[in-house]
Write a protein that binds this ligand. Sequence first.
Ligand code: 1CP
Length: 344
Amino acid sequence: MSIRNDCLLKILRGNPSNRTPIWIMRQAGRYLPEYKKLRQKTGDFLQLCKTPELACKTTLMPIARFDLDAAIIFSDILVVPEAMGMPLKFEENKGPIFEKPIKTEKDFNNLQFPPLEENLAFTLKAIELTKLELNNSIPLIGFCGSPWTLACYMIEGGTSKNFEKIFRMMYDQPNLLLKILDKLTSILTEYLKLQLKYGADVLMIFDTWGGILPYPRYREFSLEFNQKIISSLNQLNIPNIFFSKGAFNHIDDIVKANPSCIGIDWMSSLENAQKIVGNKSAIQGNLDPSILLSEGTVVKEETKKMLDQVNAGTRYVVNLGHGITPDAKPKNVEILIETVRNYK
Ligand code: 1CP
């Protein structure tokens, strides 16, 4: 079945579109009052992810409010390590916690290659339900974390400031880390293919912590594995988006990995991105998420400035340079979208 508003798919596939697609990373979440209300009622964030009807309902919240060109399934990147046998909890104001982080070869050997269709059935079911609800109006984006980004959480045990544990492993036991990344790569590839099977139209890899790697190690510990995943998706002709935050130094190499679209963070130059990427991939971004905390007039002005930088012919997707933050004003999202729609 074809999708009625397919401007995102057109841009990702390199076809012309007279509408510039816009969607927002983490568009369903804590900045929306209706999300906060549902979240209060449900209690636990993970429980929300694990109840397909509620995950579907949450996915659709921003779609009901705003004129967006894609939905992104409500889940989290960390459900994958949990499915591999690492108990996970989210603590209020603390973020994710793995009680038994990976420290040794033995911990690694205890990680399962889980039956993903069973262990992650909740997200797959949520995709299926959401596809029915969307009724081919707009595409649905499925996603996963990159192997490196997931390994950061699995080894650090949660959010980290200095990432000392994973860096220590990288220098002292590189082979153990490479084995972890390799296993994650196989699992994530299979997981993305399952999301496709259940109805996702576009697949995205979030390499949120790629940019913390020392320059000479980025390729070996992040990009190499992401490239494998991207190449599996390309073989199946599935439009994909690769976002590696803080990795603009490596954009030449990222282009060579050949994703359909490259996410650009707000610290990087959209102009330079266009020069380097050309027409080989689409580019997505890169409004500073903090602009949505500001006044409406500022949102309008900054959005226009961003659009002014985009050359005719660039395969371009409007988005923020990273996820929307909990204090963003929903009204500002409306102004952002309106400015994009009215831009000539
Ligand atoms: O209600 C709550 O308190 C939970 C907040 C929340 C939400 C709404 C978390 C906890 N995850 C999510 C959903 C989520 N996570 C989506 C769904 C799409 C949507 O909201 O529209 C997606 C795509 C993610 C991906 C994700 N989770 C990433 C990669 C993307 C990014 O923004 O960098 C990462 C790093 C995570 C881990 C995570 N999940 C949640 C927290 C607090 C964290 C830790 C972040 C950190 O380490 O700083």
